[in-house]
Ligand binder design. Structure first.
Ligand code: F6R
Length: 366
């Protein structure tokens, strides 16, 4: 059932090219430069009533929401806030009929996310869900559902669910952008072309596994690991840290790199491994500045870079290359080495990768 893989998590990491293709299948409207998310009943009239989108999610799905915010704001210019579902209900949220509440949940059963969605609905919001499990509680509760089609995810640590969530959110952002008119057909077609290449790019990123195993050996004994990224990569840094801590039990922190000097830089001492996502985008130079700050304090830099990058290679201790793509879709690609890193560190440390201590696949208690 693990198809020759040692763990479900490893199998699921490698299933991502197929899972992403399934998320995208049949959802392109080439002529219109638009996406077909037919199950989501959104038209221009409905959208005119939406002033704000509130994303509700927990854990890894919340990280997907943080990227989703950047996608939707950029492509559709609709303001988006991202709430931890477990916090939402307890602060009298400002929600009314002008809000679209968007729940993101792999299982569709997370009680906090379900309760937050219900609360938003009670306050008059229109509701939508991005779910993986068909007919799950959250999928049934929402007015509309956009399924991720990742297939069953058995490993407790979310992998293919996350990258398919990012992909589904990109499909949604394109649709919203076409509806608000912020995205024209031509630009829409460029996005579709970028999405179409994602499965192949992920395939290529997976080919870098041997290099990731080397890095895993190098950080195996670490007590703490820091993850840094900017812009669309800031949530990926949070996700990389979560993945590592939940299955390897190594303490890890993820930070938006620009926040480093506001506190976490105090943690950097000789040999602390710092994983920096330094792919080529608008913040590349700034991220290089962070790498230099880490190096100056003796930290060990593991950099995730765009294929062919030579500059970061000359200053980092370890470099893992990934293929280039549009910056806002790049989180799908950079997540791959971070998932593999967490996996191999945990496997080398001999933890129960698919069933980490204290965790459950779906959290149905508050
Ligand atoms: C981490 C992980 C959890 C889930 C969270 C929400 O790898 O899997 O953080 O993302 O419990 O679960 P869903 O998406 O099922 O609502």
């Amino acid at each position: 059932e693990k198809g020759g893989h040692k763990h479900f998590m490893h199998k699921e990491i490698h299933e991502q090219p197929r899972a992403l293709a399934d998320t995208l299948r049949g959802r392109f409207s080439e002529d219109e430069g638009d996406t077909l998310v037919g199950e989501v009943d959104l038209d221009r009239r409905t959208l005119e009533t939406v002033r704000r989108i509130t994303i509700l999610a927990c854990g890894t799905s919340w990280h997907a929401g943080l990227v989703g915010k950047q996608l939707i704001e950029r492509l559709a210019r609709i303001p988006v806030e991202v709430d931890l579902a477990s916090e939402f209900r307890y602060r009298e949220p400002v929600v009314d009929g002008s809000v679209l509440a968007l729940a993101i949940s792999q299982s569709g059963e997370t009680i906090d996310t379900l309760a937050a969605l219900r609360e938003a609905k009670r306050l008059g919001a229109r509701t939508m869900a991005v779910c993986n499990v068909l007919g799950s509680a959250i999928a049934r509760e929402a007015d509309d559902v956009l399924y991720t089609h990742a297939g069953p995810e058995i490993g407790v640590a979310s992998t293919k669910a996350f990258t398919t969530q990012l992909t589904a959110l990109a499909l949604l952002a394109i649709r919203l952008g076409r509806l608000t008119g912020h995205l024209d057909a031509e630009a829409g077609r460029r996005w579709l072309a970028a999405l179409r290449e994602l499965p192949t790019k992920v395939e290529k990123a997976l080919e870098g596994e041997a290099k990731v195993v080397e890095v895993a050996h190098a950080i195996l004994q670490a007590r703490d690991v820091l993850f840094l990224g900017r812009g669309p990569q800031a949530p990926v840094a949070l996700e990389g840290a979560l993945k590592l801590k939940e299955i390897s039990y190594i303490h890890a922190e993820g930070y938006a790199a620009g926040e480093m000097k506001h506190g976490p830089i105090a943690l950097i001492e000789t040999d602390l491994p710092v994983v920096v996502i330094a792919t080529k985008d608008a913040t590349y130079e700034k991220t290089i500045g962070n790498i230099e700050e880490v190096r100056a304090r003796g930290g060990k830099v593991v950099a995730i870079v765009t294929e062919g990058d030579t500059h970061v290679r000359s200053i980092a201790d370890h470099v893992i290359e990934v293929p280039d793509c549009v910056p806002l879709l790049m989180p799908v690609v950079t997540s791959i080495p971070l998932q593999l890193l967490a996996y191999h560190v945990a496997d080398l440390r001999g933890t129960d990768v698919d069933q980490p201590r204290n965790l459950a696949k779906s959290v149905t208690v508050e």
